[in-house]
Design a protein around this ligand. Sequence first.
Ligand SMILES: NC(=O)C[C@H](N)C(=O)O
Length: 335
Amino acid sequence: MKRLLLLTTGGTIASIEGKDGLAPGMTAADLFNYLPHTRDYHMEYQTLMNIDSTNMQPELWVQIAETIANNYDHYDGFVVTHGTDTMAYTSAALSYMLQNGTKPIVITGSQVPIHYDKTDAKKNIADAARLACEAIAGVYVVFDGRVIQGTRAVKMRTKSYDAFESINHPYVAFIDRGEVRYHQGVPSMEKGELKLDTSLCPDVFLLKLYPGMKPELLDRIKGLYQSVIIESYGNGGIPFEKRDLLSKIKELIDSGMVVAITTQCLEEGEDLFLYEVGRKVAQNLIILSRDMNTEAMVAKLMWTLGKTKDLQEVKRIMETPIAHDLSLEHQKESG
Ligand SMILES: NC(=O)C[C@H](N)C(=O)O
């Protein structure tokens, strides 16, 4: 019989109606009571926090990661319940902070509170516990029967049950009536000891580009942040005519800031070298996102800056795949 640890953090799954609207109010014991009785596992539980995931912070990621690491030897798998709004950031952050493990860490939540008659919560938490019994390693999001690599989940829908998709990466598995069907075989496991690395530097600014943006904005973030991720357009270009953002970016880099370029397009990633508007940027020391999603970029950059401020080294770590967060084939194919 597997030993599982359920850690609850709040979110809609644990929410009840308060006078100001839905807010988390159920404990880990309450959620545990909704799980089906089974002989497959023995589960213990702990209420870690009780927040709407809108209130999630990098320091709380560290708390979740440390709790898992501290209990790692005592359990075979972990289920973390979490609000959906920032679940993809947390799943990515945990993927970086907890590497080289040998056990599943499964994050789930729901679109509808668990105590409602019609809810996706019961299925999601049961599926998550089911996956946590598997002999696989790493961080996964389980939602609506889909198993998604922790670095590849993106919340696509605000209300529907199929809220999450796996972006730029195959689904790991599907869970149907308690049966786990792996999509491309059981994920292979690195043999080793769990490596907990929670050094984070949250000085990461995220900027979505739009026609008409004032380049002077970037002067305001100098000193306030150590880095900026720019969600540019399409394959990844930066305007250099009229409102000249390109010169500002050069200034930022010269001042020692880390600048990363990603794209507003969810699928297929950036390809900065394709167009003049991109190649001009690429002449600078820029971090390339390849086909990483923004949630993973934010978490990875915070995690990387927690280790080094050396731009070359930051670039090396950011552009190296960790926990399947980016595919190197991606640019070979398109370039
Ligand atoms: N469905 C949800 O869980 C949304 C909620 N606002 C949260 O992220 O905590």
